[in-house]
Design a protein around this ligand. Structure first.
Ligand code: ADP
Length: 496
């Protein structure tokens, strides 16, 4: 087992990894940017080192600095979390050069799965069903017209290097095709430095269903069941659940076998996710994420497997904890991403200072977060405050529990997605499990109306509870005076 693991990430996922380290009796090392000096993860770690300015390129994306800290502090492994360097094959290569183990798959696997065209090609070869479309980049408009015609509209133009829902454009008829290709190419060039785009069939009402896989370095590969992530906005997940409401033993066996085949065909090791789109009884490979995902806790809750601990154990050379037949799914789990965004204003980011905070509790409730009372959410990074995860014996119990947990959650000072999630929990179609990736757009009017009601209800509830989570006026005045003194002292020091 490792002696010390450096976590090349921030926020809730950094704490999540550190928790696993602590249970394994492994020392954890935080690296933090200027903006994260006062963050919880830097305080939670056994050791913490500053790695520079707040802009990601100066800190969390700076491989050289991170490796330097790892070497100096004697860390024998690096966990990249998700985002930032998690799918950067260069980090793996640099780790190898310096004799540090990267907790994740090999650099070459990250590279091939990071490119949508290459990954589709490999999956087609392995016999995994892929969405009909091209296996190569579009070079001329004439070629694009021919391909679109042969697949049949609607089609989707995608950036091969795309990610995070960026670099995709749906095309319903020939007239829109040229513009769609040109605009996707230009978005791809500026966002990913690679203008290659390809075309695939646009599935009209698909469900996003993904499989967690785990593979060790001894040739064992298993899947750890499914998650449904159809509740999205701008192709970004908002609510995830496990199992999918449409999952049956037979479908899980078929999709799980395809996910394992996908992983085995590329000699995958460590934790990964094989994403599929499901439509009318058929499923198609969408992409593979070569890292731990934001939504991993719901899998942990229904299977009882600590995925991050398994990641660390596998990277240290151990075998996976269990065989495929040992994995079973118990009950139902849901995760709501609580973001500092205003759901009534098109989910506009709303970073700022948290002036009141009380997290929910009770049976079946887990909160993975990196924030605390008086914490200022930095503007440099994504707007996620926490992940609220619940478990219930049935899907209905999980939904009711989520609604209850959301009603206990108090976050003041910034607007959050809590009203959106509450509205979703009340939606009859959501409760009935009638999901597809357009759910949020299609139910927009109803969700907006419900949210307006919820915001008013919340105001009243927060007023009633205020004295239980807000510091009294005297304490607040002292805290403000101390903060003021500290910032004046800091700026005076800087001027010197
Ligand atoms: P990214 O890598 O940017 O996350 P993905 O390829 O994983 O992009 O797709 C993200 C989401 O975009 C999917 O969950 C789905 O909602 C939508 N999507 C992608 N490809 C298609 C398709 N061919 N048909 C319909 N929806 C699609």
């Amino acid at each position: 087992m490792f002696n010390k693991v450096l976590i090349a990430n921030r926020g809730e996922i950094a704490i999540r990894v550190m928790r696993a380290c602590r249970e394994l009796d492994v020392k954890s090392v935080a690296v933090y940017s200027d903006a994260d000096k006062n963050s919880l993860f830097a305080k939670y770690a056994d050791e913490a080192y500053s790695i520079g300015e707040s802009t990601p390129s100066q800190s969390y994306l700076n491989i050289e600095k991170i490796i330097d800290v790892a070497e100096k502090c004697g860390a024998d492994a690096i966990h990249p979390g998700y985002g930032f360097l998690a799918e950067n094959s260069k980090l793996g290569k640099e780790c190898e050069k310096h004799g540090i183990k990267l907790i994740g798959p090999s650099g070459s696997v990250i590279e091939s799965m990071g490119d949508k065209i290459t990954s589709k090609k490999l999956m087609r070869k392995a016999g995994v069903p892929v969405i009909p479309g091209t296996d190569k980049g579009i070079s001329t408009i004439e070629e694009a017209v021919d391909i679109a015609e042969s697949i049949g509209y609607p089609i989707i133009v995608k950036a091969s290097a795309g990610g995070g829902g960026i670099g995709m454009r749906t095309v319903y008829e020939r007239d829109e095709l040229i513009r769609a290709i040109e605009s996707t190419q230009s978005v791809a060039a500026s966002a990913f430095g690679d203008s290659t785009v390809f075309i695939e069939k646009y599935l009209e009402e698909p469900r996003h269903i993904e499989f967690q896989i785990m593979a060790d370095e001894h040739g064992n590969t298993i899947h750890v069941a499914d998650r449904e992530c159809s509740i999205q906005r701008r192709h970004q997940k908002l609510i995830e659940e496990s199992p999918s409401p449409i999952m049956t033993d037979e479908l899980r066996e078929r999709m799980g076998a395809a996910a394992v085949k996908a992983a085995e065909s590329i000699n995958y090791t460590n934790a990964g996710t094989v994403e599929f789109l499901y439509s009318n009884g058929d499923f198609y490979f969408l992409e593979m994420n070569t890292r731990i995902q934001v939504e991993h806790p719901i899998t942990e809750i229904v299977t009882g497997i600590d995925l991050v601990k398994e990641q660390i154990k596998i990277a240290s050379g151990k075998e996976i904890c269990c065989a495929q037949e040992d994995i079973s799914v118990m009950g139902h789990a849901l995760e709501c991403r609580i973001n500092a965004e205003d759901p009534l204003a098109e989910f506009a980011p709303n970073p700022g200072k948290i002036t009141g905070y009380r997290s929910p509790g009770g049976i079946g409730v887990r909160v993975d977060s990196g924030v605390y009372m008086n914490y200022s959410i930095p503007t440099f990074y994504d707007s996620m405050i926490s992940k609220l995860i619940v478990w219930g014996r049935t899907r209905k119990e999980a939904i009711n529990r989520m609604e209850r947990a959301l009603s206990e959650y108090v976050i003041l000072g910034v607007k959050t997605t809590i009203p959106f999630h509450k509205a979703m929990m009340r939606s009859p179609d959501f409760r009935a499990g009638k999901l597809n990736t357009h759910f949020v757009d299609e139910h927009r009017k109803g969700i907006m109306e419900e949210m307006e009601k919820i915001v008013l209800e919340d105001k009243e509830r927060v007023n009633r509870l205020k004295s239980t989570f807000l510091p009294n006026k005297k304490v607040a005045a002292i805290t403000a005076a101390v903060e003021n003194y500290m910032s004046t002292a800091q700026s005076q020091q800087k001027q010197k």
